[in-house]
Ligand binder design. Sequence first.
Ligand code: HEC
Length: 131
Amino acid sequence: MKKILFVLVVLAALGLAACGGGNAVATVAPVPAEYAGAKSPLGADASTAGAEVFKTNCETCHGPQGHGDGPAGVALDPQPKNLAVFAPTVGDDYLYWRVNTGKEGTSMVAWKGVLTDEQIWQVIAFVRTLK
Ligand code: HEC
């Protein structure tokens, strides 16, 4: 079931890309210039430290596997996204932007200043490992 969902999300993303972007039904906001193209300065092994960052700061809402099923997330509207499904559809710069600045109109807060820049990239590396 999860696999099918994932395939659907990928197909939807490809479909949007095929429409040439822009006026197609955009599912995610464009990354602001300040964050666009941001790349992790860390290696893939950063996910080990990122797992700790996630456990401490994100798991209560997003759940241990990032499936959006953490105990504090259940009552939220909107509920936290399933990051295992969502993250593969966006670039690192998108994740970096959202984790830094949060998401307006949701309970996703800005982590800039709470986490160091290194911790933010570490947690993104961990989010990339979620299945
Ligand atoms: C208080 C609960 C809460 C915590 C803690 C939290 N999040 Fe979120 N997160 C949310 C909600 C709610 C959304 C919005 C879901 C939506 O818009 O569909 C979200 C969205 C996101 C998104 C996707 C943004 C988008 O465009 O939809 C990412 C990536 C993310 N969170 C990562 C993290 C990371 C990494 C941490 C820990 C550093 C974290 N979150 C901590 C509640 C939380």
